[in-house]
Design a binder for this molecule. Sequence first.
Ligand code: NAD
Length: 486
Amino acid sequence: MRRPDARPKASHFIDGAHVEDDRGAPIDVIYPATGETVAKVHAATPEIVNRALESADRARKDWAGLTGTERGRVLRRAADIMRERNLELSGIETIDTGKPLSETLVADATSAADALEYFGGLGGSLTGEHVQLGSDFVYTVREPLGLCVGIGAWNYPTQIAAWKGAPALACGNTMVFKPSETTPLSALKVAEILTEAGAPPGVYNVIQGAGDVGAALVSDPRVAKVSLTGSVPTGRKVYAAAAEGIRNVTMELGGKSPLLIFDDADVEDAVGGAILGNFYSSGQVCSNGTRVFVQKGVKERFLDRLSARLGNAALGDPLDEATTFGPMVSERQLRIVEDYIAKGIAEGARLVAGGERLPRDGFWMPPTVFADVTDGMTIAREEIFGPVLSVLDFDDEDEAVSRANDTPFGLSAGVFTRDLARGHRVIGRLEAGSCWINTYNLSPVEAPFGGSKMSGVGRENSKAAVDHYSQLKSVYVGMGPVEAPF
Ligand code: NAD
């Protein structure tokens, strides 16, 4: 693909229209493959923040007043438009994030469309229930929460905008979404498409900015719910700010997830799982299985096959569909990863692949593998969020499970074994929200996604998300005489 012109029509999308306010701080959009600035947007000023919230607040009543089927129809139309424009949207996502087109074509606008289609389809069947109590009865009404704020990370900008927007809108809420300042482009496209599909003005708004804009949204009294995808430190701040106003939250935070590979695993599949769980999107995936526990009997074969297959990674122009591994999102993120690699070496881990920034423009770190990693090393304890895989050895199941759980995070976990009883037993004991047996990192919209422990609160996707974007009103209906004590 030739490099697309990714410049947006304006920085924000409010009340059904593009809005510019160049008094806001400029934000450069940098193409990670070359380091060039390819577009510019402006952060929201307090007036823009207020305009977006006002618009979403105003739109609430009418949107909630539609039937679920009517709302769902808008979402399903948006899904169709998104699929028709997949190539264009994928090009923009590649420019914004650096992720190769071979990935963005299948994982970004497509997964956003899946969410719009799924929650669009669910719209008409969101109901309360009836509870008979003798002749009296209770019925519950599933009501929207109100104005929801979505705040995104930079690794899956289109997907995050839709994973939050689709269930919110299906349940009758409106949304103000703030993408990460590192990747401001794609959420604007989601807003445009929803509007084209028939979402009334104000139902889905996008404003730009860094943490201060996010913080202004989170503490606004008009806001009923905040859904954040980001790091644990940001999650702590956002959760605390939301608590001030007793707001609902969904927190999709970081992880340091374990992937357990037993001696009886299919080694080729296990290597494939480790590659998917460490190097897709250049390792910038929250659910990655970055602590790869390999049972001692299979360790050397695992490392041999991993090294051989890493030789097939194609690091090149992300817009060339033959490229399978792209740059990191930013200079800043690359430096963070370089620091972790230096710590890994200093603390005695054995570097077996990668580890050095590529001498070319842009932010390139090749797939990096450490062996002989031990539990106390910094690279085994902290989220790196880059293409760094750590191999840790283990002897037996109990030991592997207890070491795998020895982390404050609890986002994901995986196990590779041909013994399915063991697979289920081990997964049952691992403390994580999103788990895989004999595969890794597949997150279809039909499955709940989210973390336990410090990795988050709430679930995205699946029917479970409905509970996080709606509330039940309970109505007791008395059918007989009222019995009062006096
Ligand atoms: P980040 O925490 O730096 O920023 C996330 C978002 O929060 C950004 O939009 C940022 O502007 C905003 N923000 C920062 N401070 C804020 C504040 N005080 N109030 C309100 N908003 C604020 O995260 P990042 O670097 O963009 O993304 C990487 C992190 O996200 C990693 O930790 C990764 O694991 C996590 N992540 C989690 C998931 C998940 O679903 N669990 C998915 C993707 C990424």
